[in-house]
Design a protein. Structure first.
Lengths: 160, 401
């Protein structure tokens, strides 16, 4: 019985340590889902096909991220593609792609610092509990082809 | 398997439709699957999942029942909490959900092995029990379905049958209400993981015919039956809601039975998916079935009946290969019973000194071959279905593509 508490304490420590680590792990910035492999079009532009939805992370100190989007209308369905873009589950913008021209969506990254929330313009050091990354989710209104792809997504540009 | 990128994501193919109930119920609160379809798949659930719209009602019908989702639920809750904590997408399919589902299958596989070990040790020596466990895990496709194709239903069904046999036989020999409730739960889950596995209930139903110490307490049988029925009700409600009917084929356009010309031989010995071709060690299990009468007499008759009925059902299904996979996965759920008959054979061979070496060599070769071919399958060298003899010979024990 006496030998039990160190094991319980160690287990608690491991759980707390793991949770603390998983709150804002460094690898999140590299985590993404919902994209196929990189390809290059005839104009030399890099893009990836997106499935019905895709997610990726951007640094939370960025001002905005620009997402180039491009639709192809190969099947009989000529209805426009609509892409909903949200930041940390809040809808940021909605992009409609009615034709085959590239369209860039500029998505503002909501500042997280206390100073920014109070309307100060001077940079304020973010509190220790804020996350280093923000999650961006893209959702398409429809897919096509057997691969269930929606639109092409070009290289992202961050504005700091 | 997943860390090396051999196969990702865990939730895919049949596993997707077994799992989809969890995000539908617990995140989207919509059992019709419509909200989940919108969220995951732009409104249309892919064909490969085998989920389809019922023509008369226009609602989604999932051919795969809810049992596996119930078993994964505790892992899902943990993943959901962590997902919120790390700020990943709370959609039921992001990173933690994928790993939780994979870990669930491995956990149930391990629990199934623990139950199986306990049954084996009741009837056989420790050495024979250990040899049997090794043979069943690596001499068949069981390990594959616990790791690579992890959330296909097979490791869950394996766990349920092992627990059902272990707890069920104990209950029959020394009945208590507590065990009756557990047996009822296990029986319900067995049917809810794969409806045709309802045949497995015969193991306990017929056990008292020859079981040495079995005694039936009808009041407890009623309790077990009530628990089982209560567990089945949500599934019946789902079917009724989706189709408006009580009796129908859950697979709809994806397959049908034809009992007039069952493909018995292809199911057993073909290069495509033959059970004994891909898991030759099971020959020892088949040889051990008559020996069950000596060690576990109560299981002899039900084993013969369940194996014969399972063979007939699989061989009569329009896709008798059961889609893609390593070996014939239609029998993976029954590995606990194969293990018992295999152990009976090992025990018999152990007493015949001149058989010990050839049986050991055959078993060792069977395990090595099955493991090697499993790795070939993981590497994409062996295709997921329709392997021909020519292809098999051309890639035999070859580990480069």
């Amino acid at each position: 019985m006496r030998a039990r508490w160190p094991r319980v304490a160690l287990a608690c420590l491991v759980v707390v340590g793991t949770l603390a680590y998983l709150r804002d792990p460094g690898w999140l910035i590299h985590l993404e889902s919902g994209f196929y492999s990189w390809e290059r079009n005839r104009a030399g532009q890099w893009f990836r096909w997106m499935g019905p939805k895709a997610s990726f992370f951007v640094p939370s100190d960025a001002q905005a991220v620009t997402i180039p989007l491009h639709a192809l209308f190969i099947t009989d369905d000529r209805s426009p593609f609509t892409i909903l873009i949200s930041v940390n589950d809040r809808l940021a913008t909605k992009v409609t792609l009615p034709d085959e021209y590239w369209k860039s969506a500029r998505v503002p990254i909501a500042p997280q610092s206390v100073g920014a929330r109070l309307g100060r313009t001077a940079p304020v050091k973010p509190p220790w509990w804020s996350r280093r990354v923000m999650r961006i989710d893209l959702r398409a209104n429809r897919t096509w082809s057997e691969r269930a792809i929606s639109v092409q997504v070009g290289e992202l540009q961050l504005t700091r | 398997v997943y860390a090396l990128g051999l196969n990702w994501p865990p939730i895919r193919s049949d596993g997707f439709s077994y799992y989809i109930y969890l995000p539908a119920w617990l995140i989207h609160h919509d059992p019709s699957l419509e909200t989940t379809a919108l969220d995951c798949c732009a409104g249309t659930i892919p064909n490969w999942s085998t989920i389809f719209r019922w023509p008369a009602t226009g609602r989604w019908v999932n051919p795969h029942p809810i049992g596996e989702a119930l078993l994964i639920a505790p892992f899902f809750f943990a993943a959901d909490g962590l997902t919120r904590w790390t700020n990943l997408s709370r959609d039921g399919f992001s990173l933690y959900y994928q790993h939780a589902a994979g870990l669930a299958a491995i956990a149930y596989f391990a629990a199934g092995l623990a139950f199986l070990r306990r049954i084996l040790l009741r009837y056989f020596s420790p050495g024979v029990s250990l040899a049997t466990l090794i043979s069943v895990v690596w001499g068949t496709n069981l390990f594959h379905y616990a790791t690579y194709d992890t959330i296909f239903s097979h490791s869950f069904a394996f766990f349920l049958l092992a627990a059902f046999l272990d707890i069920g036989i104990r209950w029959l020999e020394a009945p208590t209400y507590r065990q009756a409730i557990v047996v009822g739960l296990l029986a319900g889950l067995i049917i809810l993981v794969r409806h045709t596995n309802g045949l497995m209930l015969l193991f306990l139903v017929l056990y008292p015919l020859a079981g040495k110490h079995a005694r039936i307490r009808w009041d407890q049988v009623c309790v077990a039956g009530l628990v089982m029925t209560a567990l089945l009700l949500p599934q019946l409600w789902l079917y009724r809601y989706a189709t408006g009917e009580w009796v129908f084929s859950t697979y709809g356009p994806h397959g049908r039975f034809d009992f007039s010309s069952p493909k018995i031989l292809p199911v057993l010995v073909s290069t495509q998916k033959g059970l004994l071709f891909w898991s030759p060690i099971l020959l020892l299990a088949l040889a051990g079935i008559p020996l069950l009468r000596r060690h576990v007499p109560g299981l002899f008759v039900p084993t013969v009946m369940v194996l014969a009925a399972t063979l007939l059902i699989i061989a009569s299904w329009s896709d008798w290969q059961l889609g893609g996979g390593y070996g014939h996965r239609g029998f993976t759920d029954l590995m606990p019973i194969f293990a018992l008959s295999m152990a009976a054979f090992y025990e018999w061979a152990r007493q015949k000194r001149r058989l010990l070496v050839p049986v050991s060599v055959f078993a060792g070769a069977g395990i090595a071959l099955s493991t090697a071919q499993m790795i070939q399958y993981w590497m994409g060298i062996i295709p997921f279905s329709n392997t021909s003899w020519d292809l098999y010979r051309s890639v035999f024990l070859r580990f480069t593509r």
